[in-house]
Design a protein around this ligand. Structure first.
Ligand code: ADP
Ligand code: PLP
Ligand code: MG
Length: 290
């Protein structure tokens, strides 16, 4: 029987609703991965409600928890680390030390960095020092980098002028070290209003994917976290990067359809669980070049 992969997921937890680990852990488990959730913050709810209670995990807890896993002889079983929403730059540095330690134990282990930088207009609040850390330190260490458009713009210091410009910007990030860059949400002048678009860029090629843009009275949160988590889960399960990209797009679309049908602001992950495991829709990743 094929071994079940193990994934250390280091991002936020919300008591109510879905963002960070609270958006990604169950879907990653549902597709067949053993997840080790390490919560960088525990908030009552995601920050786009405009108010929340809770605390940021003390950064020294991250090496302490990794030590604890090493002490029971399990660290070598870690196949990948995912990092997302961080509460402080010190947490980020502790994660990079953890990644180095895991890679020393298992050289095949992968690190996916979702560089959650915040979006003050949308109400996604992230400290500036976290954004600086992601730009200056994390990208160089990540095997996979999964920015949204705003985060891609921050990495490149400019906004794109076209789809091909987005592609050039994503490709430029490969030079910093990642093996793949997945842009989870494209925005560029001239983008068709009815489509939601993503890009996957690797040294071997680039792929563009379109799915329908659904109407929501208030944009659901946690979509990026779900996308990154499912992409990494499927890579660990043996998919090619392109197949994992297509799977994540389809499964996320299924969740959004269920969420829209329920007129819910929070992602309907439990109701959509079978659709996550076996998406009925399929979107093709189409090769694209400059
Ligand atoms: N098919 C879709 N239709 C409508 N909105 C979508 C669709 N897919 C994703 N979204 C929304 O698009 C936005 C993507 O957010 P963005 O901040 O760019 O990325 P991320 O979620 O990674 O932070 C989210 O508000 C999400 O709810
Ligand atoms: C606590 C928390 N985690 C994670 C996120 C990131 O969510 P998304 O997947 O929409 O980028 C947010 C966004 O507001 C958040 O408040
Ligand atoms: Mg995000």
């Amino acid at each position: 029987m094929k071994r079940t992969p193990h994934l250390l997921a280091i991002q936020s937890h919300v008591v109510f609703g879905h963002a960070g680990n609270s958006a990604a852990v169950f879907p990653m488990q549902r597709v067949g991965v053993n997840v080790w959730p390490l919560n960088t913050v525990q908030f009552s709810n995601h920050t786009q409600y405009g108010q929340w209670a809770g605390e940021v995990l003390a950064p020294e807890q991250i090496p302490a928890l990794v030590d604890g896993i090493a002490a029971i002889g399990e660290l070598g079983n870690c196949d990948a680390v995912l990092s997302g929403y961080l509460g402080s730059a010190a947490q980020g540095r502790a994660i990079l030390r953890g990644v180095a330690r895991i890679k020393a134990t298992n050289p095949h282990a992968l690190y996916l960095c979702d560089p959650v930088m915040g979006h003050p207009e949308k109400g996604c609040i992230v400290p500036q020092e976290v954004s600086d850390f992601l730009l200056d330190e994390a990208a160089a260490v990540a095997d996979f980098l999964c920015p949204n458009q705003l985060e891609l713009d921050s990495f490149c210091g400019r906004a794109p002028q076209s789809l091909f410009d987005c592609l050039a910007m994503a490709r430029s990030l490969l030079a910093r070290g990642p093996k793949a860059v997945l842009v989870k949400h494209l925005s560029y002048p001239g983008k068709p209003a009815e489509s939601f678009e993503m890009l996957l860029v690797t040294a071997e090629g680039s792929w563009h994917l379109r799915r329908p843009l659904l109407a929501f009275p208030r944009q659901p949160v946690g979509v990026g976290d779900l996308t990154s988590g499912l992409f990494l889960a499927r890579v660990l399960l043996g998919d090619s990067l392109v197949a994992a990209f297509e799977f994540a797009a389809a499964a996320v679309h299924e969740v959004l359809l269920e969420t829209q049908a329920c007129s819910s602001y929070e992602l309907q992950l439990v109701r959509a669980q079978d659709r996550i495991a076996h998406p009925r829709v399929r979107f093709e990743a189409v090769p694209i070049s400059l």
